[in-house]
Design a protein. Structure first.
Length: 458
């Protein structure tokens, strides 16, 4: 009886600790990883490194010198040699360590065994990156960082750089317009596409950049950011006037480059390879970022006249995508669906959009239009996004690389407040003044009436 009582007394706290650990792992994965997951995974890695590498086929036969030394000094069996392991560096979300590849190995060998390493060491995922020839870095992520997004503190942007989302390997996804000038962002209703757009606008609002919007949904998406916008078109007719103005602005900038560099006035724009960044800072025009929300609205036509207008707008968009980068004009094209069925010029425009971000879409064809031509294996990942995870997307570019990302929550009010606070940074561009949106004046809150209490006298 006394033994049973002692067992219950000891088992009670153990059960409480086990239940607390399970609760923390489910509800607070970051805290669980820092207190329990990190030490356990480190011990697993240190104690089983050699055997795991051998089981994964990542060991090689030792050199002859090593074999002779082992036979001369010890009687132990000579075993295959795993890659040399560096120092384990803990992070807030996982572990990092570098491996020096054994002779005859390549980074693809380690990457092919990433799933086995994940299960062997009890982590959420393993990613392999090449540091230099012969050295790779393993990034072990301890938990699903995309379930509850928390941007790293070091996610600092820069000029024309916006840390807009978190990658599945716990590194920030930075939208860099100097590297990837134009991008196509697709997503169905409630997929998180608008949240992604808010982060971009809020991140650029504090920078010396001209923001231009085309929102043919009567401006419901971009109108809250009107104080920071240099131009806004809310109907196709307005867009048909705004796009030629942007094209003229682009041509004026090419003339400025010609004048500065002594290029002949008759030289075609396509033969000018320089850009505005080669101009002196005091002569350099401000960059322009054009946001096109629901691009399909620009392609839809009902009459013959609408078809002519559509062809003109698409042609101007293609010109901006082909020639705008050198003039400092960048495109952010968004929509629920984008494909060849939209009409003439859709495929040509898509080919000029280097970056691709695909949120949850309603059909596989949309995912193929976004990612099929750059990373076919990413199409399945985009089609498997669950509706209960808004903001989750697959990001890729024309290099063929892709990764899962998720945008943190940002309320419309906070994004609009950021634009209101930075309204003084709207640059002065004469070509866009006719399209500057009217910003409603905020009502002044009435001050509370002051009540004077007079002393009571007899």
């Amino acid at each position: 009886m006394s033994d049973l009582t002692t067992l219950l007394e000891v088992g009670g706290p153990v059960a409480v600790l086990g239940g607390g650990a399970a609760y923390a792992r489910a509800k607070h994965p970051a805290a669980y990883w820092s207190t329990i997951g990190l030490p356990v995974s480190t011990v697993r890695l240190l104690s089983s490194y050699g055997s795991v590498m051998e089981a994964c086929g990542l060991t090689v036969a030792p050199s002859r010198l090593r074999v002779l030394a082992m036979k001369a000094m010890t009687q132990r069996e000579v075993r295959p040699v795993p890659p040399r392991r560096g120092i384990i560096r803990p992070t807030l979300t996982g572990l990092k360590l570098r491996l020096r590849l054994a002779p005859g190995q390549e980074p693809a060998d380690i990457a092919a065994s990433a799933e086995r390493l994940r299960h062997a060491w009890g982590v959420h995922s393993v990613y392999v990156t090449t540091v230099k020839p012969g050295v790779v870095e393993l990034r072990l992520v301890g938990y699903d960082v995309l379930r509850r997004v928390r941007m790293p503190r070091k996610a600092v942007g820069g000029f024309l750089k916006v840390p807009v989302a978190l990658r599945e390997d716990a590194t920030p996804f930075v939208r860099d317009y100097r590297t990837i000038p134009h991008q196509l962002t697709l997503g169905a209703t409630l997929s998180g596409k608008s949240m992604y757009l808010r982060h971009l606008i809020a991140g650029l609002a504090r920078q010396p950049v001209a923001l231009v919007g085309i929102d043919c949904k009567r401006g419901v998406e971009l109108a809250p950011f009107a104080p920071r916008l240099s131009a806004l078109a809310t109907e196709p007719d307005e867009a048909a006037e705004l796009l030629p103005a942007l094209v003229r602005e682009m041509e004026d900038r090419y003339d400025l480059i010609r004048a500065r560099q002594g290029i002949a006035p008759g030289t075609p724009d396509e033969e000018i390879t320089s850009d505005i960044w080669g101009l002196p800072e005091d002569e350099r025009p401000v960059p322009v970022v054009l946001f096109v929300d629901e691009v399909a609205e620009l392609f839809l036509v009902a009459t013959r006249k609408d078809e002519e207008r559509r062809d003109e707008m698409v042609t101007q968009l293609i010109r901006l995508a082909q020639l705008g980068r050198a003039a400092g004009i960048y495109l952010e094209v968004c929509g629920q669906r984008f494909g060849a069925e939209l009409g003439k010029g859709a495929t040509m425009l898509r080919a000029q959009l280097t970056g691709r971000v695909c949120h949850r879409v309603n059909d596989e064809a949309s995912a193929k239009m976004a990612l099929g031509d750059i990373a076919p294996e990413a199409v399945h990942a985009a089609c498997s996004i669950a509706p209960e995870r808004p903001g989750l997307a697959v990001a890729g570019d024309t290099s063929g690389g892709w990764s899962r990302i998720r945008t943190p929550y940002l309320s419309l009010g906070d994004a609009a407040e950021t634009c209101q606070e930075s309204a003084h940074m709207v640059p002065d561009l004469a070509a866009l003044k006719p399209f500057r949106p009217e910003v409603p004046v905020r009502p002044v809150e009435a001050a509370a009436p002051v009540v004077l209490h007079h002393p009571v006298t007899d």
